[in-house]
Write a protein that binds this ligand. Structure first.
Ligand code: F6P
Length: 496
């Protein structure tokens, strides 16, 4: 058990005082890595806090556990397997890296074949998958696909048929490629959606619908059993967790739509962040410092939530992506030894897009009773070609919000006063490119890993999602013992 007493005893200085007391504060708490600038100076991190967290990290064996992660050891203890998403981008155990490269080559060859017309006319890519099998690829295509996208891509996750019908309305069944993405190839929503796409193709006279299906999975046998031709199954290693899988064949829609070169740059950007995480001392390590700030707020200041705001419409899918990454990884109640963790784990992660969010939820951030550490994510280079005033306003709003949260304002009228001293961090990308986006996502992944390690929990399983799925399956079979309320709801909806 790690000793949190030094952390819990940390003082709670005022942010403005921290700047007044230390002329070097900005330099001390900012870093540049892989085209990303990180600024934690408007958080309550101090050199004493960092020292205390470094001691805690040493006690928790962070450096050893980090090496175990990259060495392909079974750090996912509850499922007794390695965690291999870094190998997908070329960092870590040499054999696993080589295996991942071979699978990427196979994916690239299939993309080349599709481009060469091997599957006939393909203009639309209809990707069905859910959770990690959708959020990552969706983020990549949405963020990077504006300027040059070689295919129309729709990513459908929800079992609600409305989502699929929206895609049907956009696409021609004769030029649609169905991509079925499921690590386990057992997920109800995905298989139901995939079946409905095949039916739609058949109803529109597509002669060989199964001939237009690609499967992305860590269970290739199941995909073949389901009907996908072996040559169009793109497997990935079981050690790649669902929410860490965009680097594997799950990233297929991005690789085909943006081009293989862009996909490789994404992997290289992530690998650069991995090397930084692996080699830098803890005091100057971006994912580590970010995790220290996270833990300061959850453990010392009892913040229950954390909110990233993307000040860039191209990154609008980043907050929902991070929501799964953080909450599914670290929303745990027991340690790796199966003991109650005894302290708060993941902050409830939510967020949005600036400047829209300013006019909707920032009221609570500035004057509400909850402490919400905010993260601003923005790009120096604009994504638009309109008058520079658009981007200028966008960035200045992000920066001004951070300043206002920190500074506050006192006037005679309490309703018009701002307490201030509300923390925020900022991540500034030089430009949004595959490389910087790869580095940004890898930063978040490693930050989650550091949080999990210091809390002593396993960030790589997700048993919490199973019970509800099992009960839905029981109910779908007409079985299951339900309470009176649930039984009544099933009856009212005519589902009994
Ligand atoms: O239910 C949660 C989950 O298992 C996620 O972890 C995963 O990303 C998602 O479902 C989809 O799973 P699969 O890729 O196996 O279909």
């Amino acid at each position: 058990m790690s000793d949190w007493s030094r952390i819990e005893a940390l003082p709670s200085p005022k942010l403005v005082d921290l700047f007044d007391q230390d002329a070097e504060r900005l330099g001390r708490f900012s870093l540049d890595v892989a085209g990303l600038h990180f600024d934690w100076s408007k958080t309550h991190l101090t050199t004493d806090a960092v020292t205390a967290f470094v001691a805690l990290a040493e006690e928790a064996g962070l450096a050893k556990r980090r090496e175990a992660l990259f060495a392909g050891e079974h750090v996912n203890v509850t499922e007794d397997r390695p965690v291999t998403h870094t190998e997908e981008r070329g960092e870590g155990d040499a054999e696993l890296v080589a295996a991942a490269k071979r699978l990427h080559e196979r994916e690239r060859a299939l993309i080349d074949a599709i481009e060469g017309g091997a599957l006939g006319d393909v203009r639309h890519v209809l990707h069905v998958g859910i959770g990690g099998s959708a959020l990552g690829p969706d983020l990549l295509v949405d963020a990077l696909g504006r300027e040059e996208k070689r295919y129309d891509v729709a990513i459908v996750s929800n079992v609600d048929g409305v989502a699929l019908e929206d895609a049907f309305a956009r696409f021609d069944p004769h030029s649609t490629l169905l991509v079925v993405a499921s690590k386990t190839f057992t997920t109800t929503e995905t298989l139901l959606n995939a079946g409905s796409v095949l039916q739609w193709m058949t109803e529109h006279g597509v002669s060989d619908p199964y001939g237009r299906v690609i499967a992305l999975t860590a269970a290739p046998d199941k995909a073949v059993e389901w009907g996908v031709d072996e040559t169009r199954v793109l497997p990935f290693n079981e050690g790649v967790g669902g929410r860490y899988s965009l680097w594997s064949s799950i990233g297929f829609p991005a690789a085909i739509a943006l081009g293989w070169g862009a996909f490789e740059e994404l992997l290289e950007g992530a690998a650069e962040m991995d090397r930084h995480f692996r080699l830098q001392p803890l005091e100057t390590n971006a994912p580590v410092l970010a995790a220290f700030a996270d833990l300061y707020y959850t453990q010392v200041r009892h913040a229950e939530t954390r909110a990233p705001f993307a000040y860039d419409v191209r990154l609008r899918l980043l907050p929902p992506y991070l929501q799964q990454l953080e909450m599914e990884s670290n929303g745990k109640g027991v340690t790796v030894d199966g003991q109650p963790v005894g302290r708060p784990t993941a902050a409830i992660t939510w967020g949005g897009v600036g400047t829209d969010a300013q006019h909707a939820v920032f009221q609570l951030l500035h004057q509400g009773t909850h402490l919400v550490p905010v993260e601003f994510i923005a790009c120096i280079e604009p994504g638009d070609t309109l008058a520079p005033e658009h981007h200028r306003q966008l960035l200045l709003n992000a920066f001004a919000q951070g300043a206002a949260l920190m500074k506050g304002k006192q006037v005679d009228d309490p309703a018009r006063s701002y307490s201030g001293d509300r923390p925020s961090s900022t991540i500034l990308l030089d430009a949004l490119t595959p490389r910087t986006l790869g580095a940004l996502i890898a930063f978040y992944e490693q930050r989650v890993f550091v949080n999990g390690t210091l809390l002593g929990i396993n960030s790589f399983d997700q048993f919490g999602v199973e019970l509800g799925k099992e009960m839905a399956k029981e109910a779908a079979k007409g079985g299951g013992e339900f309470d009176p309320s649930t039984t009544d709801l099933i009856r009212r909806a005519g589902l009994d």
